[in-house]
Design a protein around this ligand. Structure first.
Ligand SMILES: NC(=O)c1ccc[n+]([C@@H]2O[C@H](COP(=O)([O-])OP(=O)(O)OC[C@H]3O[C@@H](n4cnc5c(N)ncnc54)[C@H](O)[C@@H]3O)[C@@H](O)[C@H]2O)c1
Ligand SMILES: N[C@@H](CCO)C(=O)O
Ligand code: NA
Length: 434
């Protein structure tokens, strides 16, 4: 029989056997023959490691050699590539990454936290060793957006890259919207479905999306990764009433990560936004993620797919392994580290856009006039306003959509209202996607 494979098997050490690690084992077992034809060689797991050897993971681990000390994998001659699926920006994942890349062992990871904080150093090590550092699973799970940005869109100057980058938050927001269920209950469900990070506050406070945006921004703009430059707000303070008011005004609420280039510098933010119903992001539901990139020759690119969960994430990890088997890899962040430029952070106050403001106020004469006066004095023009819950002892809700204007004016409106005894709660501001 003819041997259709060009190479000897690619021997993989898999570290971390949770949601994603289990998915990788299942995927390779299910699609192994097809993958071997595409990769030019079989991809074989030869060693596995995790914290607890005896835990039932729902997959048969008996065919694979268990390794207690993962640090030995970096020096093993019978391992061609190490896959890290532990998580955490520092700690054992980072130690393993540094060891592997320093010792010339190709490295595949889904760990966006580690890349957002240490990506440049790790890319430098990979570059020095002339080896692969691959991380498709780290951004938007199964969507091939790293490949899309690094390779497919590489000829373009990108003006803006944005999208829904966290499956847990999207699942929470869209389930609350469709089923009217409470935040805590839906978060628990997202955890059970394997979407959430080990510490789910990374998801709901927008940190995970900010990790991913940090990586995307570097690919889009050729800048050094700068996690600290991302202004981040999560979805903790989005309440059911906001979702209902947004719907009444013709919007849906999504946690959006956005990086935008301007003459002033780079603007990077993760925050809940109102998305108009006629925008494709308004229809990205559940654990789906989506990324939009605007290029000067290609126009608007729209990537959509499952951003979390075992199957989609394993799909991205194994795609990286296929690239390693084919010997197809390049600079981790699309150009040599020395060619990346430092970022200038743009002043968000000068950004022009519409905003949604929600106030919980006392139900008494003059309150609306007080809010209107604050917007007038700050130079904010009101497009529409809704008041609900008249005659309620615990106050009424006032929701405002502004005309497009500088963001600093919205900030000034809130400063003018600060301390007013008409307000019963901290006002909520969400910007509107254009
Ligand atoms: N779950 C997803 O949908 C998803 C999607 C994209 C990326 N990721 C990323 O993939 C990685 C893994 O995520 P997961 O959801 O599979 O996590 P998980 O918690 O389900 O699994 C983590 C695994 O790592 C092992 N581990 C943890 N600490 C360890 C240590 N100190 N030493 C040895 N092993 C250790 C655990 O035993 C477990 O097997 C993370 O970086 C995560 O951010 C997850
Ligand atoms: N916790 C992440 C996993 C995918 O990176 C999410 O919910 O999107
Ligand atoms: Na991806």
């Amino acid at each position: 029989m003819t041997n259709l494979h060009r190479h000897a098997p690619l021997r993989v050490a898999l570290v971390g056997l949770g949601t994603v690690g289990g998915g990788v084992i299942r995927l390779l077992e299910t699609n192994g023959d097809l993958i071997a034809r595409r990769a030019g060689c079989p991809i074989q797991i030869v060693a596995i490691s995790a914290r607890d050897r005896n835990k039932d993971r729902g997959v048969d681990l008996s065919p694979y050699e268990w390794v207690d000390d993962m640090t030995t994998l970096a020096t093993r001659d019978d391992v061609d590539v190490v896959v890290e699926l532990i998580g955490g920006a520092d700690g054992p994942a980072l130690t393993l990454a540094r060891q592997c890349l320093t010792l010339g062992k190709p490295f595949v990871t889904a760990n966006k936290a580690m890349l957002a904080h240490h990506g440049l150093d790790l890319a430098r090590l990979a570059e020095q060793g002339g080896i692969a550092l691959k991380y498709e699973a780290a951004v938007a799970g199964g969507i091939p957006v790293i490949k899309g940005m690094r390779e497919g869109a590489a000829a373009n100057e990108i003006s803006r890259v944005y999208g829904i980058l966290n499956g847990t938050c999207n699942y929470i927001l869209t389930t609350m919207e469709k089923e009217g269920r409470g935040f805590d209950e839906v978060l628990k469900e997202a955890q059970e479905l394997g979407y959430a990070e080990a510490d789910p506050s990374f998801d709901i406070d927008g940190v995970d999306a900010a990790h991913k945006l940090t990586i995307l921004a570097s690919l889009a703009f050729g800048t050094e990764l700068d996690f600290d430059a991302v202004a981040t707000t999560g979805i903790r303070h989005v309440i059911a009433a906001d979702i209902a008011e947004a719907a009444a005004l013709g919007f849906r609420i999504r946690l959006v990560g956005m990086a935008q280039n301007s003459a002033d510098g780079l603007f990077q933010r993760v925050h809940p936004m109102l998305v108009p119903l006629d925008h494709p992001l308004a229809h990205v539901d559940g654990s789906l993620n989506a990324v939009v990139a605007e290029g000067n020759f290609v126009g608007r690119l729209f990537f959509q797919g499952r951003g979390a969960g075992d199957g989609p994430t394993a799909s991205a990890v194994v795609a990286d392994l296929i690239d390693v088997a084919r010997d197809e890899y390049g600079d981790a962040f699309a150009m040599p580290v020395a060619a990346l430029t430092p970022q200038n952070t743009a002043d968000a106050g000068k950004r022009i856009g519409r905003a949604y403001l929600r106030f919980k106020v006392q139900d008494r004469p003059g309150v609306l006039a007080e809010i209107a006066a604050a917007t007038r004095d700050a130079g904010v023009s009101i497009e529409s306003m809704i008041q609900r819950g008249a005659n309620q002892a615990d106050g009424v809700l006032v929701a405002i959509v502004t005309h497009a204007g500088e963001e600093r004016c919205v900030r000034e409106t809130l400063e003018r209202l600060a301390g007013s005894d008409s307000l019963l709660d901290t006002p909520m501001v969400m910007h509107i996607l254009d």
